[in-house]
Design a protein. Structure first.
Length: 316
């Protein structure tokens, strides 16, 4: 199979039929074999009903329905597990991503040999205050933190080789950072392509300030995981050593001062340096323990399902 199109969605009943017809037209005109995998992330409208109708008419349409809303990252993870195309395309279901971009994205993966091509919505139709400016700030921080030089991390329109999606684990809210996950997994041929952004035709945006805040918190998380995810003792052990050394140095100073320099002075327990020393050594020890616990968890953890599927269509 040439292409798998993975589409996570939440309450997009008005756009699904039009999106399907548009994708099918592009695939047929380019003679691609394809599958469209819709992942219904707990919609409360008629989205699943429409997906069921589309799958009955077109066997290339496949569906996954979650029991409730688990989030976009979990939806992408489920779609990636089922995808079998040589190239996997992800896009949003709101018609703001253009399927006409698919042939060129496909060629960049197959012909030019890229592992991942991320869309860049250079000209946007979003509100400047509520989404555009926050996105620019977020993308700047992501570039500086991750070292991946992309202008639009959050664009839903991306293309991947099959090897990439089978070797990354998209969880939590990490869908924004799939290029970083791919880089950390060893895939270095990552680029971007300017893509057309279209104004939303139906429904309302799911973007809010809470997602903006969550994005930066996730950025801190992925920075930590990128640098210390497989060796937490390197961070916590170093912090623990520094803290313990500072506390121990204070304790040595207090002991020498009391025994040799000022034996008739105040008791050690009456000096504030004593409590600073004690607190610092305790905190340093706790950092050491945190590092050891992190190492133990890494070696004993078992993967658990992060979502529950209610129905599947045309999937073996």
């Amino acid at each position: 199979m040439n292409i798998s199109v993975v589409i996570p969605l939440l309450n997009e009943q008005d756009s699904l039929t039009e999106l399907h017809d548009w994708i099918a037209k592009v695939m047929q005109s380019n003679q691609f074999s394809y599958e469209i995998i819709f992942i219904d992330d707990g919609s409360t409208d008629d989205s699943w009903k429409i997906i069921s109708e589309l799958s009955a008419k077109n066997k290339s349409v496949k569906g996954i329905r979650f029991l409730k809303n688990f989030g976009k990252s979990q939806a992408l993870h489920a779609g990636f597990e089922k995808a079998s195309g040589d190239v996997i395309i992800t896009m949003d279901a709101d018609l703001q991503d253009s399927p006409d971009e698919i042939p060129e994205l496909y060629n960049m993966i197959i012909t030019e040999g890229y592992d991942l091509v991320s869309g860049w919505k250079k000209k946007r139709y979003d509100s400047v205050i509520s989404k555009n400016l926050p996105s620019k700030l977020f993308n700047w921080a992501a570039r500086k933190t991750s070292g991946v030089k992309l202008n639009d991390f959050n664009c839903g329109l991306k293309a991947y080789s099959l090897e990439v999606v089978k070797n990354i684990d998209v969880n939590g809210e990490m869908h924004r950072y799939i290029p970083v996950l791919a880089k950390n997994a060893g895939f270095s041929k990552i680029t971007e392509k300017v893509v057309q952004h279209q104004a939303r035709k139906y429904g309302v945006t799911k973007f809010g300030m809470n997602r903006f805040v969550h994005g930066f918190l996730d950025l801190i998380t992925i920075w930590f995981l990128s640098h210390f995810g497989k060796r937490p003792m390197h961070l916590f052990g170093a912090l623990g050593f520094i803290m313990f050394a500072i506390g121990f140095a204070f304790a040595v100073y207090l002991g020498i001062d009391k025994l040799f320099l000022n034996p008739t002075g105040r008791l050690i327990t009456e000096r504030p340096q004593f409590y600073l020393s004690l607190s610092t050594m305790i905190i340093g020890t706790q950092f050491f323990v945190a590092g050891f616990l992190g190492e133990i968890i890494l070696r004993t953890k078992q993967d658990k399902k992060r979502y529950s599927v209610k129905n599947e269509l045309n999937l073996e």
